[in-house]
Design a protein around this ligand. Structure first.
Ligand code: COI
Length: 353
């Protein structure tokens, strides 16, 4: 199915105000955005317009009942030939549609997702940072737009994409709090989706952890709080002995695309990786026995960053005291080389726009 995208260009580009040496994360937006409407039957009016406010009814159902999902992905400038590269974009489309199914929202056809994305990137290509570690963060999202009060699935939706040039999300190794009071997700719930509510509900416990001096929460299972799951913004890996361990996917965990890339990449580089339940006790024992060599987190926004240490029930466990980052550095370098087009891609993950 082909989608004809209409384009309304912004009259004046804001790019001259953009300082690539001082980007930060999530505060600067490119000149254009992509929008399409679901009218209850089909996607209509796919269009690119200048980036700016949306006009919505105060009764917009996403605001009241949370039918709202999103994705995070990045575009890079190839360091070899300057072309624009996307990293596994179809995986984001698949995951958006998995979230959509659970939240009773329409599916976005791959052709609409990719044509909206590539048309937008072609227009706003000049915003992709060429600085070390810089990228264009891309936010595809969908939300319910019925103006209706009452809990039922909306009939109308907007699918949209906008972009922000970004630097690092985290700039230093993190101290995390193993959360054993609050829960992020319950079995049978929406933990495996990227729905807005998962993040809103995490803000109170995260703020509490930050007031106690931590950077992030390490979520545990909601029943026993004995099994680690993911952090507030990423998936988690631990290097125990000679094995890299990451919690296996359940319906309470987000199936990170970076997580999958790290697992596949590490195995390609010859590392042993286990996806299995990982308990807080195993991590604590591994610190005490000096077998916990590294802990690191992975996500699109965060890329890959080390965990300095973690606290559990007020006891702090230092992980990075010996400064070991061999495994995380190896996989970070490998994935960055793919993302920036510096090596041949053995997996067919990079897509030239
Ligand atoms: C991403 O990594 O792209 C995300 O969507 C996480 C978000 C909390 C910034």
């Amino acid at each position: 199915m082909g989608f004809e995208i209409t384009i309304e260009k912004s009259e004046i580009s804001r790019i001259k105000n953009f300082d690539p040496q001082n980007i930060g994360f999530g505060k600067i937006f490119t000149d254009h955005m992509f929008l399409a409407n679901w009218d209850g039957n089909e996607w209509i009016n796919p269009r690119i317009v200048p980036y700016g406010p949306l006009s919505l009814s105060p009764a917009t159902s996403a605001i009241h009942y949370g039918q709202s999902i999103f994705e995070g992905m990045k575009a890079f400038k190839s360091q070899k030939d300057g072309k624009t590269l996307l990293f596994r974009p179809l995986e984001n489309c698949k995951r958006l549609n998995k979230s959509a199914e659970r939240m009773v929202m329409p599916s976005v056809p791959e052709a609409l997702f990719m044509s909206g994305l590539t048309t937008l990137l072609t227009l706003d290509e000049a915003w992709i940072p060429k600085t070390e570690g810089g990228a264009l963060y891309i936010r595809p999202y969908m939300f319910a737009t019925d103006d209706f009060i009452g809990v039922k699935p909306s009939e109308n939706f907007i699918f949209a994409i906008f972009c922000c040039p970004v630097g690092p999300y985290y700039t230093k190794a993190l101290k995390v709090k193993v959360e054993d009071e609050f829960s992020r997700a319950a079995p049978g719930g929406v933990g495996f989706t990227k729905c807005a509510g998962n993040y809103g509900a995490a803000m109170y416990p995260t703020q509490k952890a930050q007031q106690e001096g931590f950077d992030q929460i390490l979520w545990t299972d909601p029943v026993s709080h004995q099994w680690v799951e993911e952090t507030g913004t990423t998936n988690l890996f631990a290097v125990i002995g000679n094995t890299v361990v990451t919690p296996s996917l359940t319906n309470t965990l987000l199936a990170g695309i970076t997580r999958d890339s790290v697992i596949t990449g590490l195995r390609h580089l010859g590392y042993t990786v286990e996806e299995r339940p990982l308990s807080v006790q195993e991590l604590k024992d591994a610190v005490v026995n000096s077998t916990l060599k590294e802990m690191f987190i992975t996500g699109t926004a965060a890329t890959l960053i080390s965990i300095q240490g973690f606290s559990h029930k007020s006891e702090y466990f230092e992980v990075l005291d010996k400064g070991n980052t061999d495994t995380s550095l190896a996989i970070k370098t490998f994935l960055d080389s793919l993302r920036y087009g510096n090596i041949t891609d053995p997996f067919g993950w990079t897509v030239v726009v």
